[in-house]
Design a protein around this ligand. Structure first.
Ligand code: SAM
Length: 256
């Protein structure tokens, strides 16, 4: 049966380079239960099915999901779900779940934020995103890519950039280079689980206007807090380490 043409609104760029596919599949490695997001035409799904005891593939495009269902009809280890990954409750699967996929660019950050919420249920994520997003996730202090996502992701997860994937490895080729990243949930956090929302709010506000200093973005934080935390309020948010953000959060009661 003829393949439907790629759908731009679903971020469809299909991997076609066999060597790159092999490299990505090797980076993901064997699994007990693996969820693949956006299997598309199955470039990763087929080799992943060979190295996971159980594979659940979640695809929003009903034509592609139906095609995969037919292809895997005889494989009881593979479940194809036609669904929007943004609305899937992954906590129904066993703890220690692994996630993988070549993520649709338009929803990649939203998916990552959602999975960070679910982090205690996950063993790891190995996903392909735009290089710019990967750089943001991994950006250290003072890096021009550093932002709220960097601070929050690094508080919760170990972030590792694994490999780049050039546009010519896809059909149709995207405009940008992609990167496979691995995120592994950290076992213990320097703040309490129930404080996470407040911490994220503080970080978001610190980055609200990138040209402004910390003092201007967080005017309600009193001088004594800056002194006590030993953080110069004339600095900008991107220069702060994760530890400094945690210190600022712990000392300042002002934003809670
Ligand atoms: N994994 C395939 C590959 O590497 O060739 C396809 C990757 S393509 C970049 C992204 C895939 O995610 C597409 O098949 C698209 O239809 C699917 N997709 C887009 N939005 C989705 C969503 N919200 N939930 C699940 N799948 C989605």
């Amino acid at each position: 049966m003829a393949l439907p043409p790629p759908r731009k609104r679903l971020g469809q760029h299909f991997l076609t380079d066999p060597a790159k596919i092999e490299e990505i599949v090797a980076a993901i490695g064997p699994s007990d239960t693996l969820v693949e997001i956006g299997p598309g035409r199955g470039a990763l799904t087929h080799p992943l099915a060979g190295q996971a005891k159980r594979l659940i593939a979640i695809e929003k495009d009903s034509d592609l999901a139906a095609r995969l269902e037919r292809q895997f009809a005889d494989n009881p280890g593979v479940t194809i779900r036609c669904a929007d990954a943004l609305h899937e409750d992954l906590s129904v699967y066993p703890k220690g779940l692994r996630l993988a996929g070549n993520l649709p660019y338009n929803v990649a950050t939203a998916l990552l934020r959602r999975w960070m919420e679910l982090r205690t249920h996950l063993s790891d994520l190995t996903v392909m995103v735009q290089r710019e997003v990967a750089q943001r996730l991994a950006a250290p202090p003072d890096d021009p890519s550093r932002g709220q996502l960097s601070v929050v992701a690094q508080l919760l997860m170990q972030v590792e950039m694994l490999l780049d994937v050039e546009p010519e490895c896809f059909d149709p080729p995207p405009k940008v280079v992609s990167t496979v990243v691995r995120l592994v949930p950290k076992e213990s956090l320097p703040i309490e689980e129930e404080e996470r929302k407040d911490f994220t709010r503080l970080v978001r506000r610190a980055f609200a206007s990138r040209r402004k200093t910390l003092r201007n973005n967080l005017p309600e934080i009193p001088d004594r807090t800056w002194t006590e935390t030993n953080i110069d309020p004339q600095r900008r948010a991107e220069s702060l380490s994760g530890e400094e953000f945690v210190r600022l959060f712990q000392v300042s009661g002002a934003l809670r």
